[in-house]
Design a protein around this ligand. Structure first.
Ligand code: TXA
Ligand code: MG
Length: 342
């Protein structure tokens, strides 16, 4: 299959290219597109056969439901049967944006979008290209992250191309995404919203708007509960070499890396700019940025970075779980083969 690529500028979207991409989607094919979080792999959410192609291209387990992307509140309303008041409040504050609402589903989407559940995840992305693409399609667009299942999500068109070239019909290249981690998924079927996947909108931000927000017990580290978002139980976001997470002081981290190198291991090290300043030049470093927002934004690129390099393992430091740090650590734990605690 030939993968057609359209280079698109968010500030100056070419109508002709957008229409061509939307026409391919409406014809039942799969097209990847940028959102403010990560690239999505889109298909017409109302067509079972089109949605099936997403699962095939990604190698995604059939029991993992997809998010339906819409361009307006009216379009969102069609996909669900009931919207609690607090959801309207959240929509006002955070949509369009990186927040996905799980609500009781209407019959408008194909069954395989929901993977057999009675609920559906809906989100209004804020990326201008994503919004324009959904509008041009005139349909809800089912879209998981546009990576091969298990790999880090794509934050640049190059990542999508690397994973899916020849397996999808089109790719809208809108440059780098912004947030860099996926949307926050919240279950809105109960009295109080429950976070099923931490993401672009933080728990603190949600609570400022609606009061108490719960965390799915299945997300807690030592819990025996199963995560309620089917996707959260799989190993995810993993680079192609083993990833070790190091929890400890920067000093202990440096000593650990030195020890690994003395033992003859070729290691690649992922860390913040501040921690990197403590390392000598012989260490193979990839810096993720200074603030936790910068680290979130460059994390997946960092996990892909050492792919071509000749390293035996990647060692990454841990970050404090405030704000988007909660999502950063959630993804790192899922990606890691081992956590070293000193
Ligand atoms: O930022 C994002 O959300 C990106 C962009 C493309 O929008 N999309 C994304 O989709 O991350 P995906 O498929 O990689 O992750 C969707 C997550 C999965 O963990 C899935 O299990 C969960 O949302 N999910 C979807 N529908 C659900 C439902 N009805 N009930 C519970 N969890 C659901
Ligand atoms: Mg994903």
């Amino acid at each position: 299959m030939h993968t057609k690529v359209w280079r698109m500028d968010a500030e100056n979207i070419m109508d002709k290219d957008l229409k061509e991409a939307a026409a391919i989607l409406k014809a039942g094919e799969v097209v990847a597109f940028p959102t403010e979080t990560v690239y999505g792999l889109g298909a017409d959410a109302t067509e079972e056969a089109a949605v099936r192609k997403i699962f095939e291209a990604k190698g995604r387990p059939q029991d993992n439901p997809l998010i339906a992307h819409v361009a307006s509140i009216d379009q969102l309303k069609e996909l669900v049967t009931c919207i609690p008041d607090y959801v309207y409040t959240l929509i006002q504050a955070f949509s369009p944006g990186p927040l996905t609402y799980i609500l009781p589903a209407s019959d408008d989407c194909a069954d395989n979008v929901k993977a057999g559940l009675s609920t559906i995840g809906v989100r209004i992305p804020s990326h201008p290209i994503a919004l324009a693409f959904i509008q041009a399609a005139g349909k809800p667009v089912a879209a998981p992250s546009a990576n091969v299942s298990g790999k880090p999500s794509p934050t640049a068109a190059e990542h999508v191309y690397e994973d899916l070239n020849g397996r999808i019909s089109g790719l809208i290249d809108g440059g780098q995404t912004g947030v860099g981690l996926e949307s926050t998924v919240i279950d809105c079927t109960g009295e109080i919203p429950v976070i099923l996947r931490p993401g672009g909108v933080t728990k603190e931000q949600l609570e400022r708007v609606t009061g108490t927000v719960m965390m799915d017990p299945g997300l807690v580290k030592s819990s025996e509960d199963r995560p309620k978002a089917p996707g959260m139980k799989y190993k995810h976001y993993a680079p192609e070499v083993p990833l070790y997470l190091f929890a400890g002081t920067s000093q202990a981290f440096r000593q650990y890396v030195d020890k690994e190198m003395q033992a003859g291991n070729r290691v690649g090290v992922l860390m913040s700019d501040q921690t990197a300043a403590m390392f000598t030049e012989e260490v193979y470093i990839h810096k993720l940025g200074r603030t936790i927002e910068e680290i979130a934004s460059s994390l997946y690129d960092g996990l892909r970075f050492f792919k071509q390099a000749n390293v035996d393992k990647i060692i990454c430091e841990t970050f404090s779980e405030n704000g988007i740090g909660q999502a950063v650590m959630n993804r790192l734990r899922k990606a890691a083969d081992r956590v070293i605690e000193e």
